[in-house]
Write a protein of this length. Sequence first.
Length: 399
Amino acid sequence: MYQPSKTILEKYAEVLVKFALNSGKGVKPGEVVMCIADDDAKLLLLSLHKKILEARAHPMLRMIPSGIDRTFYEIANDKQLTFFPRDYTKAQCNLIDHQIGILSDADPQELKGIPPQKMMKSADARKEARQWLDEKEYKGKFTWTLALYGTKAMAKEAGLTLKQYWDVIIKGCYLDKKDPVKEWKRLFAIQEKTKKKLNALKIDHVHMTGEHCDITIKLGKNRKWLGGSGRNIPSFELFISPDWRGTNGYIKFNQPLYRYGNIIRDVELWFKNGKVIKAKASKGQDVVHSFIKRRNADKLGEYSLTDARLSRITHFMANTLFDENIGGKYGNTHLALGMSYKDSFTGDYSKPSKKKWAAMGFNDSDEHTDIISTEDRTVTAYLSNGATKVIYKNGRFTV
């Protein structure tokens, strides 16, 4: 069976350790780096271990046996589902400076048939740990990144052989280049320029139109566009957490979504005054309805655009990390229902109270589900001074 070469895996690990962490600067000597991966990704985990040591940092490795999730959700009672070793987890969050997560699935449909509510209940029990790391990140004391390790089952879901699947990963992450870190720094610089131009426009709201979308999204005050931070490899998107209250209109997503052990197809959403008033899907509609019922999951937390000129990903990968960064002819847009990103706030993230966040229209939810479309669309920005400007067309930023 195909497996990537040692050279490719070492380049991959180098991008994650020496570029993605520390927001494009790489790890520093003495820092603690937690790496989490399934046993399918053992070879990449070994390369990460080596690169972290080369950087004179401290690796902490956690390798999880594949196939345990279904057993857990089939057998666990409510106490087991909600078990949270608080003191242990808090100590770990205090200790680590960075975290690398490797996504790999021996069976992408392992959790098919498991009630989504079980997974949501278990995730909700651990939300305090996410909050600890979020707070640490907002203070500039923690960074993270995610990457993908292809398996035979994942390739099959995407309609590819394992070699073809890895070819997309290699090309999408610029691992075929002599110096991938140098390439990512070049891309980082391009994204920085585009972000500065977008943030300088002082956009009040955008109107996105296409064959299957006609939607208005209010960006709101005290917001900035994000992207190019090293969070996620690959990551070509620029995104913002809008004022959820100003979302109105309709959008259909043409890319499948894998969520809570299910595949969901052809999601359609209708918004009115910021809330989803109708949701449809040709497959998995019950799953969509179940997560939209979660607290504030019927509101927008993220609006994202990917420039086709940067992304070398042209094939559906059956994994959100790659699919939300797909390039192709028209790039992509994705909306996330649920949690917003506080680092989209232009000020000090530690200052606003919960009441102030709500007053600014930053959505607070335990859900965050990205839904993707690669159809052609035009985005027109309506500026605070009354002018209009097309900022995205034919899959490209036009600023």
